[in-house]
Design a protein around this ligand. Structure first.
Ligand SMILES: [Zn+2]
Length: 463
């Protein structure tokens, strides 16, 4: 039986869906103003494995997975202003880039991918309910805040006490809230900002209310699993619980799952340390399946240490698995009662212990190598099992020859693709469309391709 570590109870618990015919999971997705980095890749891949495994256990048609898109917030507005773009143009570009990354990492599309700007009516309705029930108030500057003192269980998810939080809190000068713990539900529009009409005048939603409104819209008041990165546990998820349970008067979520941080060369990955990698930068150097494999070498709650050595190891490991599969015709109809299959499934049942599950794939690969020359039928049976179990992790989906032929830049752009982008940029420059020309140059740089403009035209090199 599947057991999941529940952040809310701090225990490993048997997973019992509210309705096995409709298992429901919500994961906080990206804020789309920049390229996705490896921290995002980890959240995408980990919950893709959870999604695949729930589909395996309950049937694909009985699992609903929602991963939202935050397409309005301060960073988006700032970035759009810097680039002289409207926010829809900016967010459309980064949504497309995110989808490309997800597809490269063999991440299944979620059942629904709601966007905050497309759910304003749901958001406004929930804020109105919170106002009507006395859980929210409008401040003098027109902003609407959630009144944390009204919610009895505040701090239950993060284990933080409101009085301790209050003592350490600082209130920014432009905020008009009554209590430092109160958080904004609706921001009154400032001049020049995008805004939506509401009963309280033009404005835009705070970040936390988006997820409460969209999860309720897509999954109902009470659902099974809510996930996200560990950095979202407080305050984002704490605030989601406060909003949703106050608005509906019902429990919100049964199981909370949080994915650990990515560390780079044993330090926390951060922009200020300059040790920050986008998915595109990594997949310019390694096949995307290697990045996916690497992510699964750590149990999802542990920190994940990113380094070239780890990526090289992941590539070597995948090479071993694909080498075992080379020249084998994997048999269909894999028998999941096989002892190795049972061992693999037991590892996933244990809070998605992917490192142990990967170890079973190696036992199968060694088994194939032992009988490859003596027993073609057994090799084929083991090959079928290996691809079937690998598939539950979203791995081993390629033709072995194709994987083994691919060089270190198999995930990056080919020379032809780079030349085609440069031709497009030259065209834009000729038309004096410098915004487009800069966009193409920046997009190539994200993928590890540096352009140099000289008197002879534009040359390029890989980073
Ligand atoms: Zn969220």
């Amino acid at each position: 039986m599947l057991k999941i570590y529940n952040t809310l109870t701090r225990r490993l618990e048997p997973f019992r869906p509210l309705d096995p015919e409709n298992v429901r999971m919500y994961v906080c997705g990206m804020t789309v103003y920049d390229m996705c980095h490896i921290g995002h890749a980890r959240v995408l891949v980990v919950f893709d494995v959870v999604f695949r495994y729930l589909r395996h256990l309950y049937g694909p048609e009985h699992v609903t997975y929602v991963r939202n898109i935050t397409d309005i917030d301060d960073k988006i507005i700032q970035r759009a202003n810097e680039r002289h773009l409207d926010i829809d143009t900016l967010t459309a570009r980064y949504i497309e880039e995110m989808h490309r990354d997800a597809e490269a990492l063999n991440v299944l599309p979620p059942t629904f991918e709601p966007r905050a700007t497309r759910h304003m009516a749901d958001i406004i309705e929930m804020i109105q309910t919170l106002l009507d029930k006395g859980y929210a108030y409008q401040a003098d500057n027109g902003d609407i805040y959630y009144d944390v003192s009204r919610f009895e269980h505040y701090g239950r998810l993060s284990g933080k006490k409101p009085e301790d939080l209050r003592a350490g809190a600082r209130v920014a000068v432009d905020e008009a809230k009554a209590d430092p713990l109160d958080f904004v539900l609706w921001k009154a529009a400032k001049p020049g900002e995008p805004s939506w009409d509401s009963p309280w005048g033009p404005g835009r939603p705070g970040w936390h209310i988006e997820c409460s409104a969209m999860s309720t819209h897509c999954l109902g008041h009470h659902f099974d699993i809510h996930g996200g990165g560990l950095d979202l546990q407080f305050p984002h998820h704490e605030n989601e619980i406060a909003q949703s349970e106050a608005a509906t008067g019902e429990p919100f979520v049964n199981v909370w799952m949080h994915v650990g941080f990515v560390r780079v060369d044993e330090e926390k990955m951060s922009k200020s340390l300059g040790n920050f990698f986008t998915i595109r930068e990594v997949t310019a150097r390694y096949p995307p399946e290697v990045l996916r494999y690497f992510i699964l070498t750590s149990q999802y709650r542990s920190p994940l240490n990113y380094s070239d050595v780890q990526l090289d190891n992941a590539k070597g490991a995948l090479t071993t698995l694909y080498t075992a599969l080379r020249g084998i015709e994997p048999a269909g109809g894999a028998n999941l009662d096989d002892p190795l299959a049972r061992k693999f499934l037991a590892a996933l049942d244990d809070d998605f212990n992917t490192p142990e599950a990967l170890a079973v794939l190696f036992e199968l690969a060694h088994g194939i190598n032992r009988v490859r020359d003596s027993d073609a039928q057994e090799a084929s049976r083991l090959g079928g099992l290996l691809t079937r179990l690998g598939g539950l992790l979203g791995l081993l989906y390629q033709d072995p020859e194709a994987f083994l032929r691919g060089g270190p830049s198999a995930g990056g752009l080919s020379d032809e693709e780079i030349e085609a982008q440069i031709a497009k940029r030259n065209e834009a420059r000729k038309n004096r469309d410098f915004a487009e020309s800069d966009r193409i140059r920046d997009a190539l740089r994200e993928q590890g391709v540096i352009l140099e403009d000289g008197p002879e035209g534009t040359t390029w090199r890989r980073e």
